[in-house]
Design a protein around this ligand. Structure first.
Ligand SMILES: C[S@@+](CC[C@H](N)C(=O)[O-])C[C@H]1O[C@@H](n2cnc3c(N)ncnc32)[C@H](O)[C@@H]1O
Length: 275
């Protein structure tokens, strides 16, 4: 095994040797995390400097930091706030390719200790509307909505039938720009979500393209809402539609059948004036 010495810029660290052996314990640890399918992972992976910094700002503890070979050529985009106690590993390109295969590999990534998964009761009494995604399954949409919900002051996001095992899903972390750590995102079943809505006495407002009331009238509603958006294919489920007492549409030209759900969520959250 030939290790190449690389001077890493910031944070100030000693010369780090690029790992070129897939049997190295630090590489096997990443492989284990990438392979894991648990809904309660103990360690998870965060891609990219910006997301790592967001995680740190939200109090998430890093286990280790990795830089892939490609990062060295252009200098290390070092995350701010990574303590000197966090081990830094540099992976050469062959090792990186073996680890990630066809999957995207970031120039910088970290393994982090999983925080406790948010629960519905974390949203009890919190200020702001609760965004309920009823069967939204495209992770990019869930991430974009999480980002908007956080930015516009929603209490949190509830995911029903999302297909995700954990909200620490690597794709969700990326798509939310790390804001999945800053706002509670809860995986729940429809029945328990409806129980929670009843306990919290939330008014349920469902969004669909064919509703009669224009969305602009949602501004007048003073109480906290459960703002329900439906899945990409089937829209709002019959269970949630049955508990909705308000139904709103974003007016569109007849040429369009519907909006992308993350766009609809953004418009609705903006209308609610949470920003
Ligand atoms: C892609 S649409 C689903 C289209 C689906 N074919 C249906 O039957 O509803 C995903 C979700 O975005 C929201 N949405 C999309 N366009 C909308 C509009 N014009 N007004 C209100 N909500 C809309 C709704 O919550 C909808 O369930």
């Amino acid at each position: 095994m030939v290790a190449t010495a690389i001077e890493v810029a910031e944070p100030a660290r000693e010369t780090v040797h690029a790992i070129d052996d897939t049997r190295h314990p630090a590489v096997r640890r990443v492989a284990d995390v990438l392979r894991a399918r648990s809904g309660r992972p103990r360690v998870f992976l965060i891609d990219d400097t910006e997301n790592i910094e967001q995680a740190l700002a939200c109090g998430i503890a890093l286990d280790s930091l990795y830089v892939t070979g490609a990062a060295i050529d252009g200098g290390l985009p070092a995350p701010v706030g990574v303590g000197p106690d966090v081990p830094l590993h540099v992976l050469d390109e062959t090792v990186t390719r073996t680890l990630f295969g066809e999957r995207r590999s970031a120039r910088v990534f970290a393994l982090a200790h999983a925080p406790r998964p948010p629960r519905l009761r974390d949203l009890a009494g919190a200020a702001g509307d609760v965004v309920v995604l009823d069967g939204v399954r495209i992770v990019g949409n869930i991430g974009a909505i999480t980002r908007t919900a956080c930015a516009l002051g929603a209490a949190g996001v509830v995911l029903l039938d999302s297909g995700l095992r954990t909200t620490l899903d690597r794709r969700l972390v990326r798509a939310s720009r790390g804001l999945v750590f800053a706002t509670p995102v809860v995986l729940a079943r429809r029945a328990e979500c409806i129980d929670f809505i009843r306990q919290e006495r939330l008014t349920v407002a469902a969004l669909s393209a064919d509703a009669a009331a224009p969305l602009s009238t949602i501004r007048r509603v003073e109480e906290r809402l459960a703002l329900v958006l439906g899945g990409e294919r089937d829209g709002v489920s019959p269970d949630l539609a049955a508990v909705a007492t308000r139904h709103y549409a974003i007016p569109m030209t007849p040429r369009a059948e519907s909006l992308n759900v993350s766009v609809a969520a953004g418009i609705a959250l903006y209308e609610r004036g949470l920003g």
